[in-house]
Ligand binder design. Sequence first.
Ligand SMILES: Nc1ncnc2c1ncn2[C@@H]1O[C@H](COP(=O)(O)OP(=O)(O)OP(=O)(O)O)[C@@H](O)[C@H]1O
Ligand SMILES: [Mg+2]
Length: 240
Amino acid sequence: MLRVENLVAGYGKVQVLHGLSMQVAEGQLVTLIGSNGAGKTTTLRALSGMIRPESGRITLHGADIAGLPSHAITRRGLAHSPEGRRVFSTLSVADNLVMGAFPRLTGSRPRGDVAADLDRMFALFPRLAERRAQLAGTLSGGEQQMLAMARALMLNPDVLLLDEPSMGLSPRLVSEVFATIARLRESRVTMLLVEQFAAAALDVADFGYVMENGRLSASGPAAALRDDPAVRAAYLGTAH
Ligand SMILES: Nc1ncnc2c1ncn2[C@@H]1O[C@H](COP(=O)(O)OP(=O)(O)OP(=O)(O)O)[C@@H](O)[C@H]1O
Ligand SMILES: [Mg+2]
């Protein structure tokens, strides 16, 4: 589905990713974990076209998308729910969600039934349903985070990139977000999940990659990584 080969990317002269290779198979939930500043967000930005890769290949459905502008990548079915709460604060919750479906309305993606998908999002995120007419800027931080995720899902994406969906949430909301991710996985949404809660991410994922200083230091089935002593000591906060 999504394949990355020797990706080199960064900001101006600062190279952050030094030849990254990874893949996300159809219907899989893959997680990318690593310390602060390792390059996880940069990876997602390069995949979705928010930054232009220096070199390397990124293929979606076998077609090279590296270097395409982000709107063109979105139209090919890759949605990015970015770090932080990027919502249109002066629009209502419902209008934010409809904006997420916009690339489908311009003819380049199957249009489908946007109204039905809106109902599906409200069923998946009941908190958003209760607040559908509220301005997004007045939602709590956690609610905005959910809205950003739901908006990305409104593309009906072939691949969904999630950057720290649990960031800044209360423990109860963190569990809610992970339950939602597990439900999406059951419905076979293909996802690449970046998470600070590495243990929880490995619990819910099929496969994992560990990143250190812009390079992969480990990869494997999520259950194997969770039991790997080196990964446990460095990222899961337990040596045993
Ligand atoms: N816009 C930018 N300009 C210059 N350097 C940047 C920019 N954004 C990130 N960096 C640098 O790139 C490196 C990787 O950052 P990145 O945001 O990808 O890390 P991360 O793995 O997502 O970390 P975190 O877990 O803290 O979110 C860091 O050293 C960071 O300072
Ligand atoms: Mg980050």
